[in-house]
Design a binder for this molecule. Structure first.
Ligand SMILES: [Zn+2]
Length: 377
């Protein structure tokens, strides 16, 4: 039997929108919204304090008031990162330490918003199932959320499923509880900006995760929440202590060296911190798999300017293909004309840009797409 053709599925936040999550450009609308009281991993008082501090920062840095336009997350994180990472203050109120505390609060809040249940979308599962059956696929995602992982896990749990839909992350990563190194699989999910279910040990440099369906370690272990940040930002008396008590109930220490855990992710900033060696591995693999793929299928990714490093990776992989190899680029990235133009401008006029959102495309055009490309190899 000939090898299956190779397909790289490249996902942006528009894909997760089909699962009910906000797209990246709308997440800023939710940054000042605490989670419902029955969904928080903290307490409503602590969540409100985080909201107050984020609002205060916006007021100071961007002149924001409640009825104003909210700064984008690119503006928010770039403003913080460029100052904090070079040891500079933002005005007289925000020295680097405070900026780093605000960044931790912001990422914690984004993780909370991404974790809220938003309904399900069966089209996503069907897409993954059919692509996996017809191609050798690699999934490359810029999203921190775990929509894809949850879908693959749900598929694998179906009683009639005989094939293997398990996945790896393309790096050495260990289960937070059992300390098992997760095995390599036939299907990789390469998360170019990291993941909401990874925690990192700054000491022994391991990354840990929880099995999909078992939850998200950074949120549940509250790794971005620490007493010192609350003291620094003027938390009311007793709050840092009650926070400590909550954290004691599920410690966030490295299972190996007992150092405190943290997260490392590429934020929405123009100056993303991708300095972890594991990111290097993910990006190398992404380059390799993209350059070997017969087809690139982009879903819900607008090719934003802030992702210039990722755009460079795409361009470099496109040009690294052997001469004379025909491959297809198809985009299903919504109806905005400027997105279609951006793709054609960057990859050339032969790029097949479908002016459509995922659900409609899956319903109306997916089978045609499969037939069209399945026998091209
Ligand atoms: Zn460690």
């Amino acid at each position: 039997m000939p090898d299956k053709p190779k397909l790289a599925l490249i996902l942006g936040s528009g894909f997760s929108k089909a699962a009910g999550l906000p797209v990246a450009s709308k997440l800023n609308d939710e940054l000042l919204e605490p989670p419902p009281a029955d969904k928080t991993v903290l307490t409503p008082e602590i969540d409100n304090f985080i909201t107050d501090k984020l609002r205060e920062f916006w007021r100071y840095a961007f002149g924001y008031e409640d009825n104003h336009q909210k700064p984008t997350l690119e503006e928010h994180f770039t403003t913080i990162d460029l100052a904090a990472n070079t040891g500079h203050c933002l005005g007289e109120h925000y020295e680097p330490k405070k900026l780093r505390a605000i960044r931790r609060f912001s990422i914690h809040r984004v993780f909370e918003r991404l974790d809220l249940p938003r309904g399900r979308n069966d089209n996503i599962g069907s897409l993954l199932l059919q692509l996996k059956n017809n191609f050798h696929i690699d999934i490359i995602t810029l999203n921190w959320d775990i929509v894809v992982e949850k879908c693959l896990f749900a598929i694998q749990m179906l009683p009639e499923i005989e094939k293997d839909y398990t996945f790896d992350y393309g790096i050495e990563i260990e289960d937070f509880v059992s300390k098992e190194v997760l095995p390599q699989r036939d299907l990789s999910i390469l998360k170019a900006h990291g993941s909401a279910n990874w925690v990192y040990c700054n000491n022994c440099r391991r990354i840990f995760t929880a099995k999909p369906g078992v939850g998200k370690v950074p949120l549940e272990r509250r790794v971005l929440i620490n007493k010192e940040d609350f003291e620094l930002l003027g938390a009311p008396e007793g709050m840092p202590e009650s926070l400590e008590a909550i954290k004691q109930s599920s410690p966030a220490d490295c299972p190996y060296c007992h150092n405190g855990l943290s997260t490392r992710i590429g934020t929405f900033s123009f100056r993303k911190d991708l300095s972890l060696s594991q990111f290097g591995t993910i990006w190398e693999k992404t380059h390799r798999r993209l350059s070997e793929a017969d087809h690139w299928l982009f879903i819900g990714y607008s090719l934003p300017e802030a992702d210039y490093e990722f755009k460079h990776l795409l361009k470099s992989a496109q040009l690294a293909k052997r001469n004379g190899i025909a491959f297809t680029i198809t985009t299903v990235c919504g109806t905005k004309q400027k997105t279609q133009v951006r793709y054609k401008r960057f990859f050339g006029e032969t790029t097949d840009t479908q002016p459509i959102y995922f659900d409609q495309w899956f319903r109306d055009d997916f089978h045609q797409y499969l037939e069209r490309i399945a026998d091209r190899k």
